[in-house]
Design a protein around this ligand. Sequence first.
Ligand SMILES: [Zn+2]
Length: 103
Amino acid sequence: MRTKKCLTDGCENVGGTRGLCLACYRRLFMRVKRGKATWKQLVADGLAGRAQVYRHETKAQRRRIEMGSRELKVQWERFRKNAMIENRMREREGLPPKYPEFA
Ligand SMILES: [Zn+2]
C-alpha cells in the first residue's frame, strides 16, 4: 500500500486515520468533540478523509457473507431436492405438483 501524506496543508507527516497524521487527527477530533465542527463538514471541506472500515474487518465481513451465501445455497439445494421428490410422489398418486416451479 502506498503511504500518503497527511491531508493537512503543509503537514509533512504520514497520514493515517481519515488521511490525517496523529497530531492533525487529534486536533480535528477535539474540534468535533467540542461541537465546533463535524466530520461530515471536514470531509466536505477536504480537511479530513472518510472514516474507513479496517481491512481485517472487511475481510471478516466478506468471509461471513460468503459463508452465509454458501449455507443458503446448500439449504436451497436441499429444499429443491425435497420439492422434486414430493412432486414425484404426488404425481404417482395423480395429484397436481405441490411445487409447480420444480415440476
Ligand atoms: Zn498532519
